[in-house]
Structure formats: structure tokens, C-alpha cells
Design a protein around this ligand. Structure first.
Ligand code: PEP
Ligand code: MG
Length: 893
């Protein structure tokens, strides 16, 4: 017996999503809970994969199974596929496991031909309608399956509109449509070399093949890359009996969300069009009406719809995104799925649903994508700012963005990649624009509703979007748009001009505008407080300044996991003193410079420890190679050369030039002595502390003097002194003693007793492998996974990303960029060894992570799994880390 490739809707269920695709599984589920669904069948994702395995050929018995299932659909409806008197017409749609809106192909009205079109006329008593369906079908099918050009059809349509003297397609007479269909067929033959197929079964075969093939079209591939959807899942194909929303004024079609997908508010949210077919709503050609108006227009249908929305929400325990059609006053459900939503809506819906007893806290935690919280942490336009609003559209995706106007997706992509801020302006977007949307700061369209392509895609990406801004007249040829001004004339905005858009109100504004940092809603706080109850791993922040520490605290960090002291050295007014310290010829000279740095560092540490009082603050002693604080060698050579030339011609200023020249040459000499072939593996980290103990001594003193001062003032402080880049226990033993001696000296001098700990970063494989020894001298470990990734892979972190990691990712040599997502197998294995060995020596050893991975959800999960005490990340990622840590706890409980 051959494999089952085809399922009738009533044979499936929601759990069969990987086999039937999201749409197929949900159509099955809706059918089985008794909702009105037009009958149909689903071809499995396995059939799609088999198609690719067979070199793009159907697996055995696929079409015979389709025929058998179709006969059952025919029996239910009392119609026959291809019957000239009473034809069954079907839609053919893709349906992947993870929804990929608009990425793959759809065909409607399949089964129409020169004969069945008469049957449709009979059945509907509407010749115009039947002919219109047929011409739409020829257009869609020829475009998707036969590869005819969309523009050619538009051309013919336009000529008939002109001939008949009408503006809209729906005004074309049956005679025009009939003649046009003949022209369409001739054009198809001419441009594709094939006759338009009249046999409905051949049409169906071609459509199924086209849907399978669309799994691998360019836009679907890009979409999968962006959303990390595996390429080998394949798509299912849904063949469903047609219902018509375009048969008259008691018909219509629409899409609706059971809650507001932008804000999460519990109100029905959606749009519909009377006398229209499915694609008209999403395509943004006619501007649809708000769903609430349906209550007046068709009260019974509206009530039934509201009732079904309630049933579906309770059944799926999630907000639903529903497509429906009304044919002759009867409601049909065409699709339901968990609705895509903004982060703000995701948070509100999750919290509300716990309060409505639909889900529990653990489920609520998992309903929000940690990375999406980023959207909530974004900025909005300062409400007190004076704005020149030039137009207003629909507020399609919240946030605010400023940038230069660009009208073309390719150009948006190219410019965006150079770091330019841009707003992509289009009449409407299509899935083909996806690469430009990715690179733009914001999207502005002149047509289309809240469920148009631009709106849906932007919301999902967390990108600001204003759509349906109808006063905008876009002229692609002139690369400008024109808007009417308040004074009653017109104003043009050209490519390259700067505008701002406000995705929360729909405003389009001239120029750059002042923005405000976000405030967090009570639902956001509630959800994160649940995350804090659930997670078992601490979340700290990497911060070097008091205001960063305060921001991190506001976002819920309970400590600093990494304070990089070199950032304090880089401050403009300090650099000369740091340079003086580096250029010192001997210890005495160096002590003089260090004495100047001491009060400055003390003030830094005072500030950050105070801002984090009550929580631990891990302060790392100097880490980077010293030449990072000196001028660039090439610049110095140029300077010296210029001075030498000047000396040749100078008469009066010789002395002054000479002295400056000597100074610069000395600097150049020092820069050359400090030059290293591979500075990241060179004289840095604790190696500096060992060769120049006075530097670490000064830093330790600054920390402890600040601590003593704060303790005297009554603050609770928990300093942790961290030694970077240790490879051998002896390095740590030596430097730990230096820190301890300094602490004791400060206690003796000030008479203040204070607590502190000393520990190390684990950043090289040798340290991880000898963690049992290192733990003898360390009270804590913190994984510096930026360096640990660099030293484990042997990839220079400064070069890898720009030189070859892109190729590695594209060719799937590596599954992920290991500097972003922690490499569990290699780097992770070393971490696991270090945790085990370290705790074997010192069971109470505190272990955390402070590399970039500390704010990345999958890496956080790994840290949870190997039993780290905390993760540390940049302040703005703290909420993301709190949520990701809770998800890791729920997932692995
Ligand atoms: C690390 O290496 O992971 C780390 C946090 O240190 P830095 O990035 O400063 O080298
Ligand atoms: Mg490091």
C-alpha cells in the first residue's frame, strides 16, 4: 500500500500541524468542532518533500488519492469537478507548518474552463460574475503556474476599460469580459508557448506542482532565513471548495483578529469588503471597512461571527487571526491561526488571558518572544515637540523612526547596509520587497489597510509602519511624493529628503523629530514579575557608568556582572594621563601618573557601587592591550614627516617644532615597542597586571577606597574584583594576593571593615580545563564567552564576522554565528567542564556569564541547563534575559 498523501479536512486535527501545515491542521480542527468550513482536502508536507526527493516529480499515487478525496468533496456538495452543468470549483493554497504570509502561491476558481463557465453562469444566474471569475482565474493561473507576465494582463484589462469608457474592472460588461478572455488566452499562448489548460484535472496538477515549487522561490527562502524556519519542512497544499464573496451585495469577505494585534485590547479587530474576493482585502486595492460596521450591514452574520470568534479563542486558548467569506448571506470560515501581534499586544494578551483563566502563568511566559520585547523598549516621538505633520495614515506598527526617503526595495537594501537610516516609501509593498523592509527603519505606504502586507510584516519584525496614507501621491518615475499642504497647495518630498513616521498614530512628519525613551506598561511589569518568580538564574547587567547601572536596575537587573574599567580610561580628559602612565620610562614616573588616575577611578567606582547599592558589582581590572590607548602608528608617522618637512623651511619657529618633533618621535617609538602581531592574544588582561602590578594596585585601591567611603556613608555594597584572561593558577594567585594586600591596607588606613570577593574571568580553554585548580584562588568565575569563543574556535573576533562568517552561515558550514549564539558543543562543553571542576574544588563557587551571549535567549537556556548562577548583558537586554531565563526554566522543568 502506498503512503497516505491526502487527508480530507474531517480526517485531520490541530496536532497534525507538521504533516498538514498550519492552515490544513486548523481547517481540520474547525471542521471537526462543527464550524462552517467549505469542504476540502490537504496534501501533506511529506508529499512536498517526496516531490523534491523525486527530482520534482509527484510521488506514486498522489494524484489518484487527490481524485478519490475530491470525489468525496463532490458528494458532499452535490457538484462535480469539471461538470459543465454544475461545476465544483476549488482554491489551491499553500500551507506551511509555520505561517509564511504571502510568501507562497495561491490559486482561486480552479476548475473553470470554456464549458464550466457556463455552468457557473447557470448556478449563479449571473453571467458577468462567472466571466469575471474565469478571467481572474486565467490571470492568476497563468501568472503562478505558466509564468505569464502580470503586466501583460493589466495591459489588456486597461485597453478594455478604455474601450468601454469605464474606470473600474467591475464595470466591465459581460461582452467585454468575454472578448477579453479570448485575448488573455491568445496572449498566454504567445508569451508562454502553452495553451491555457482546459482540463480541470490538468489545471489541478499544475497548481499543486506550482505550490510545491513556491516553497523554494526567492522570497520564501529569504523569509525562512529571517525567521529561522528550516528549509526541509516543505509545504502542504490545501484544495478547498470555493465560496464566493463577490456574487453580490449579500456577499463579502474579510479578515479579523479576535483581539487588537497592535495593542492587545480585547476588541474584535478587522476589516471586510462587500462583494469582493479574498485577495482584495489583503492586496490593499480597495480600502476595506472596519469589522464593527458589519453589525449594521448584516447583523445576523455579525452575531454568528462574534460567537465563532469566542469559540475559537476558547478552543485554541490564544488570539486568533481569522479569514471568512459570506456567500449569499451565509458565513463560511476559511482559515484560523494564532494571530501575529506586536510585542505590546503579546504581553497584554498573555497577561489578560491569565486573568481570564484561559492560560496559566507558565504559558503566559511562553507566549512572548524574548527578542520582541525589544520593541517595547523602543522610542516614541516626544509629545511636546513641535511637528510639521505632512500626512496621516493608519498606525500599522508602533514605534517611531526617522530616515531618508527611498522608493525602491533594492536601493533600501543597499543604502541600509551602509548604515544609512531610511524610510521605505511605496504605494503598497509585496513579498518581493522583503529585503528592503529588513534594512529600512520604517515603512510608509499610500494604500492598503491594517492587514495589508506591509502592516503584517512590519508588526512581526517590530518595525515602525504607517500604511494606507492616501493623501500621498507617489511618483516613482520622478522619485518623489506629493502631499497637499494646509495652505491648500502641493508640496513634493524627494528621494533623500528626511521624514519621520509615527507607527502608533499614523503621522508622517517632516524632518527628524525628538524622540522619548519608552515607559513600560503595568502588563509588562506583571509578566516580567512572573518571569522572576519562575526563573532560577540571576540577571545582571554589563555597565560601566552610574546612569547605565540605574537604567539596568530600572529594567530589573540585580547586580552588575561586568564593569569594564578600560571604558573609564578612554574618556577624553583621561586619555592624556593614561598615555602619560603608559609612556613612563620607569616605575617612579608611572606612579606619578597613576596617582593622578586614582581619584578619578575612585569617583567612578563610588558612582557605580552607589547606583547598585544592595546588589553585587563585579569590577574587572584593566583588560585590553596598552596600545589601544595610544595614537595610531600611521597617523604618527604622517605627523612626524610633516614636522620634518616644516623644519626644513622654518626660520623663527624651529625650536618649538623641534621640541614637538622629539615628543612625537618618542611617542612613535613607544607605539612601535608596544606593537604586537596579535594583540588579542598578546600583552593584555592579567598579563598586564603581572608585568605592571602598580596598575592593578591602583585600580584595587580605587575600588576599596570607594567602598570604604560608601560603607561610612551607610550604603550596602558588594564589590567583586575580577581578574581577566587568566590561563594559569599562578597568575591568579599572584594577583589575588595583590588585591588582598591592597584591601587590608585600605582597611587599616581608613579603619573601615568591608566585605569583598576576588574571582576570575574564564576566557581561554586552559582556564576552563584547569578550573579545579583555579577555583582554589577564585571565589567566582565569570565566562567571558566573547574571548572564550575566539580562543576555542581560533577565530579572531575582530576579523571573523567581517571576513568569513557570512560565507559560513550562507553555506551552512556553521549553524549560527558563534559570537551571537553560544556554541554548545564546543565552547559550551568547556563551560560545563569548568563549572563541574570549579565546584568540585569549591562547592559555593559563584558562576556567571558576561560575554554577549548573556543576553541571547538560546545561550541563556544553555546557562540555565549547566547551572550558572547568573547571566549578565547590556541594560536594554535585561528584560529579554529575564523572560528568556524564565522560558528556559519552564521548558526544562
Ligand atoms: C568576553 O571576553 O566575553 C568579555 C566579556 O570580555 P571582553 O568582551 O571585554 O573581552
Ligand atoms: Mg574578554
Amino acid at each position: 500500500m502506498s503512503k497516505k498523501w491526502v487527508y480530507l479536512f474531517e480526517e485531520g486535527k490541530a496536532e497534525m500541524k507538521s504533516l498538514l501545515g498550519g492552515k490544513g491542521a486548523n481547517l481540520a480542527e474547525m471542521t471537526n468542532i462543527g464550524l462552517p468550513v467549505p469542504p476540502g482536502l490537504t496534501i501533506t508536507t511529506e508529499a512536498c518533500n517526496a516531490y523534491y526527493d523525486h527530482g520534482k516529480d509527484f510521488p506514486e499515487s498522489l494524484m489518484s488519492q487527490v481524485k478519490a478525496a475530491l470525489e468525496q468533496v463532490e458528494a458532499k456538495l452535490g457538484k462535480k469537478f469539471g461538470d459543465p452543468q454544475n461545476p465544483l470549483l476549488v482554491s489551491v493554497r499553500s500551507g506551511a507548518v509555520f505561517s509564511m504570509p504571502g510568501m507562497m502561491d495561491t490559486i482561486l476558481n480552479l476548475g473553470l474552463n470554456d464549458e464550466t463557465v457556463n455552468g457557473l453562469t447557470e448556478a449563479t444566474q449571473n453571467r458577468r460574475f462567472a466571466l469575471d471569475c474565469y478571467r481572474r482565474f486565467i490571470q492568476m493561473y497563468s501568472d503562478v503556474v505558466l509564468g505569464a507576465s502580470h503586466a501583460e494582463f493589466e495591459h489588456i484589462l486597461e485597453s478594455y476599460r478604455d474601450k468601454q469608457g469605464v474606470r473600474f474592472d467591475n464595470e466591465l460588461s459581460p461582452e467585454s469580459l468575454s472578448a477579453m478572455i479570448e485575448d488573455f488566452k491568445v496572449m498566454v499562448k504567445k508569451t508562454t508557448g502553452q495553451l491555457f489548460p482546459q482540463d480541470p484535472m490538468a489545471q489541478l496538477e499544475g497548481a499543486i506542482r506550482a505550490v510545491f515549487s513556491s516553497w523554494n522561490n526567492d522570497r520564501a527562502i529569504i523569509y525562512r532565513q529571517i525567521h529561522k524556519i528550516p528549509d526541509d519542512l516543505g509545504t502542504a497544499v490545501n484544495v478547498q471548495s470555493m465560496v464566493f464573496g463577490n456574487m453580490g451585495n449579500d456577499c463579502g469577505t474579510g479578515v479579523a483578529f479576535t483581539r487588537n494585534p497592535s495593542t492587545g485590547e480585547k476588541t474584535l479587530y478587522g476589516e471586510y469588503l462587500i462583494n469582493a474576493q479574498g485577495e482584495d482585502v489583503v492586496a490593499g486595492i480597495r480600502t476595506p471597512l472596519h469589522i464593527s460596521l458589519l453589525q449594521e450591514e448584516m447583523p445576523a452574520v455579525f452575531d454568528q461571527f462574534v460567537n465563532i470568534c469566542g469559540i475559537l479563542e476558547k478552543h485554541y486558548r490564544n488570539m486568533q487571526d481569522i479569514e471568512f467569506t459570506i456567500q449569499g448571506g451565509k458565513l463560511w470560515m476559511l482559515q484560523t491561526r494564532n494571530g501575529k501581534r506586536t510585542a505590546a499586544a503579546a504581553v497584554k494578551i498573555a497577561v489578560d488571558m491569565v486573568e481570564e483563566n484561559l492560560i496559566n502563568k507558565e504559558e503566559a511566559i511562553q507566549r512572548v518572544e524574548p527578542e520582541h520585547l525589544d520593541q517595547l523598549l523602543h522610542r516614541r516621538i516626544d509629545p511636546t515637540a513641535k511637528l510639521t505633520v505632512i500626512a496621516t495614515g493608519l498606525p500599522a506598527s508602533p514605534g517611531a523612526a526617522s530616515g531618508k526617503i527611498v522608493f525602491d526595495a533594492d536601493e533600501a537594501e543597499a543604502l541600509g547596509k551602509t548604515g544609512e537610516k531610511i524610510i521605505l516609501v511605496r504605494t503598497e509593498t509585496t513579498p518581493d520587497d522583503i529585503h528592503g523592509i529588513v534594512q529600512a527603519q520604517g515603512i510608509l505606504t499610500s494604500r492598503g489597510g491594517m492587514t495589508s502586507h506591509a502592516a503584517v510584516v512590519a508588526r512581526q519584525m517590530g518595525k515602525t509602519c504607517v500604511c494606507g496614507c492616501e493623501t500621498l501621491r507617489i511618483d516613482y518615475a520622478r522619485q518623489e511624493f506629493i502631499v497637499p499642504t494646509a495652505a491648500g497647495d502641493l508640496k513634493a518630498y524627494k528621494k533623500g529628503d528626511t521624514i519621520s513616521i509615527d507607527g502608533s498614530t499614523g503621522r508622517v512628519i517632516e524632518g527628524v523629530v525628538p524622540m522619548l525613551e519608552p515607559e513600560l506598561t503595568s502588563e509588562f511589569q506583571t509578566l516580567l514579575s512572573w518571569a522572576d518568580e519562575i526563573r532560577t538564574i540571576g540577571v545582571r547587567a554589563n555597565a560601566d557608568k552610574p546612569q547605565e547601572a540605574a537604567q539596568a536596575r530600572a529594567f530589573g537587573a540585580t547586580g552588575i556582572g561586568l564593569c569594564r574599567t578600560e571604558h573609564m580610561f578612554m574618556a577624553q580628559e583621561r586619555l592624556p594621563i593614561v598615555q602619560e602612565m603608559i609612556l613612563s620610562q620607569n616605575l617612579e614616573e608611572r606612579q606619578v601618573a597613576l596617582a593622578k588616575l586614582l581619584p578619578m577611578q575612585q569617583e567612578d567606582f563610588y558612582g557605580i557601587l552607589k547606583a547598585m547599592s544592595g546588589f553585587p558589582v563585579c569590577i574587572r581590572l584593566l583588560d585590553p592591550p596598552l596600545h589601544e590607548f595610544l595614537p595610531n602608528e600611521e597617523d604618527l608617522v604622517v605627523e612626524v614627516t610633516k614636522m620634518r618637512c616644516a623644519l626644513e623651511y622654518a626660520d623663527d619657529q624651529k625650536e618649538a617644532i623641534l621640541s614637538k618633533l622629539e615628543e612625537t618621535e618618542a611617542l612613535l617609538k613607544k607605539v612601535r615597542t608596544l606593537h604586537e602581531f596579535n594583540p588579542m592574544l598578546g600583552h593584555r588582561g592579567c598579563r598586564l597586571g603581572i608585568t605592571y602590578p602598580e596598575i592593578y594596585g591602583m585600580q584595587a585601591r580605587a575600588i576599596f577606597q570607594a567602598v570604604a567611603q560608601l560603607v561610612q556613608e551607610g550604603y550596602e555594597v558588594e564589590p567583586e574584583v575580577e581578574i581577566p584572561l587568566v590561563v594559569h593558577i599562578n597568575e591568579l594567585a599572584f594577583l589575588r594576593q595583590l588585591v588582598v594586600d591592597t584591601a587590608e591596607a585600605v582597611m587599616a588606613e581608613t579603619g573601615v571593615k568591608f566585605e569583598y570577593t576576588v574571582g576570575t574571568m574564564i576566557e581561554v580553554p586552559r582556564a576552563a580545563l584547569t578550573a579545579d585548580q583555579i577555583a582554589k584562588e577564585a571565589q567566582f568565575f565569570s565566562f567571558g564567552t566573547n574571548d572564550l569563543t575566539q580562543t576555542t574556535f581560533g577565530f579572531s573576533r575582530d576579523d571573523a564576522e567581517s571576513k568569513f562568517l557570512g560565507y559560513y552561515r550562507d553555506r551552512k558550514i556553521l549553524p549560527e554565528n558563534p559570537f551571537i549564539v553560544l556554541d554548545r558543543e564546543g565552547v559550551g562543553q568547556l563551560m560545563k567542564i569548568a563549572v563541574e571542576k570549579g565546584r568540585a574544588t569549591r562547592p559555593e563557587l559563584l558562576v556567571g556569564i558576561c560575554g554577549e551571549h548573556g543576553g541571547e535567549p538560546s545561550s541563556i537556556e544553555f546557562c540555565h541547563l549547566i547551572g550558572l548562577d547568573f547571566v549578565s548583558c547590556s541594560p536594554y537586554r535585561v528584560p529579554i534575559a529575564r523572560l528568556a531565563a524564565a522560558q528556559a526554566a519552564v521548558k526544562n522543568s
